[in-house]
Design a protein around this ligand. Structure first.
Ligand SMILES: *Cc1c(COP(=O)(O)O)cnc(C)c1O
Length: 440
């Protein structure tokens, strides 16, 4: 930055010979107020393109970009937003650091990040092993698009990691899962998956080695850092807990340095670029407030989950912080905050009673409509990690890609309700939740 400023100053423009309407565009041309090194809060950088000073510097910019890991200690030469710019680059550095990764590449959305990671790891003829329960649009990506690219996805129950051995073959390139999974909160033993994949990888050369990709959106890095447990890549929808306020959509892939150039190339050519303004908000508001928001949300989620367990209209409650949750012990191993305390997250999935699937599904809808009309502290809406408590019925909303008769195959309950706890007073949330359950 300072070199650029010096160069422009040396040119010694005479401002006075230009008209005011030109001044509206160029201002002082180079301002001393534009100083990245000394801003306390990063300025929003909103420039699609960057001044290159000379052909030589422009050429060097392209070379440095194509081999970014070899030039990371040099001052950046920004070229064009789609290749990189200050706000996203800063966000990438910060989030990679928190996830204990060597690098991050930001995308326009969580789905953009998933497409990017899987896009660089697979080609036609390859196969992916994925968990049965996944975010609805990820299932849609696998069902609606990957068959067209001749990429086969085998969805199996990865809560039993050994299952990999029974379906893996020489075309398998990726093991993909969320933990906790959306929406049923299945927990997958990342280090066990690592052991099994290592066994399979033993006889494979580097290019053929299977990679483990974990979508860590539900936990956020506050509750879990999958790379520490042996994952190769972490995916985030920044739209959720990391963004934190429900104002900006974004995504990120974090992993090893050697993949940065490929991910940047993918992003450049497929075009799923994170907007600098979104990057700025997440950098300025989302990340700095992550820990304090998560702590409050986890404390409230624990209270609500314990109350839900005792309610007669509730058949089961999945919450990693409940002692009788199927994956309680595993959750304690995987989900810990930066200080090593158990951090079971802010999402709860519970099932409503009902004599069969249809009745449960109807109760789910009835409850949601009651919440939409009557609740003050709960909003019927998809998404999560918001300041407000958001509640939804996956079978008829986020996971409607799955037909009712196949719900159980995808680990879903017809009367399942997902709550993403916000920052309200927990007692107030319970008041609304209890009212909505009592009308069923
Ligand atoms: C929301 C979500 C995504 C997709 O993120 P977008 O930012 O909406 O594209 C992916 N995975 C999980 C687990 C999610 O909850």
């Amino acid at each position: 930055m300072s070199d650029e400023k010096k160069n422009a100053k040396e040119k010694n423009f005479d401002d006075s010979k230009y008209s005011t309407d030109t001044h509206l565009i160029y201002g002082k041309h180079v301002s001393d107020k534009w100083d990245y090194s000394h801003h306390v809060t990063a300025p929003i950088s909103s420039s699609t393109t960057f001044r290159l000073d000379s052909v030589e510097r422009g050429a060097l910019g392209f070379v440095n970009w194509a081999e970014s890991s070899k030039h990371e200690d040099e001052p950046p030469i920004f070229i064009y937003d789609r290749l990189g710019e200050p706000n996203k680059d800063m966000l990438e550095e910060n989030l990679a650091m928190i996830e204990k990764g060597e690098m991050g590449v930001a995308f326009a959305s969580g789905m953009g990040a998933i497409s990017g990671a899987l896009g660089v790891l697979t080609k036609s003829g390859d196969e992916i092993i994925a968990h049965t329960t996944l975010y609805g649009c990820t299932i849609s990506l696998f069902l609606n698009w990957y068959p067209r690219y001749n990429i086969k996805v085998n969805q199996v129950d990865l809560t039993n990691p050994d299952i990999i051995k029974s379906i893996v073959n020489e075309n398998t390139k990726v093991v993909y899962f969320e933990t906790p999974a959306n929406p049923n909160l299945d927990i997958i033993d990342i280090s066990k998956i690592r052991e099994v994949v290592d066994e399979v990888n033993e006889n494979r050369n580097d290019e053929k080695k299977i990679k483990i990709v974990v979508d860590n959106t539900f936990a956020t890095p506050y509750c879990q850092r999958p790379l520490e447990h042996g994952a190769d890549f972490v995916i985030h929808s920044l739209t959720k807990g990391i963004g934190g306020f429900g104002t900006d959509i974004g995504g990120m892939v974090v992993g090893k340095k050697e993949y940065r150039d490929r991910l940047l190339l993918y992003r450049k050519d497929f075009g799923g670029v994170l907007s600098p303004r979104n990057a700025w908000s997440i950098l300025t508001y989302g990340l700095p407030s992550l820990a304090i928001r998560q702590r409050r949300q986890i404390a409230s989620a624990q209270i609500l989950a314990e109350k839900l367990e005792k309610h007669p209209k509730v058949k089961f409650v999945n919450y990693p912080g409940l002692k009788d949750f199927k994956f309680y012990e595993l959750a304690q191993k995987l989900m810990v905050d930066f200080d090593g305390n158990f951090a079971p997250g802010h999402l709860i999935y519970f099932g409503l009673v009902g004599k069969d699937e249809n009745e449960s599904k109807e109760l789910g809808k009835k409850m949601m409509n009651y919440v939409a009309d009557n609740a003050y502290t709960m909003t019927l809406a998809v998404s999560l990690g918001h300041t407000r408590t958001l509640v939804e019925h996956p079978a008829s909303m986020t996971h409607s890609v799955v037909p009712t008769e196949e719900l159980s195959k995808y680990g879903l309950h017809a009367g399942g309700v997902r709550i993403a706890v916000g920052l309200e007073n927990a007692g107030d949330i319970w008041t609304d939740l209890e009212d909505a359950l009592n009308i069923l």
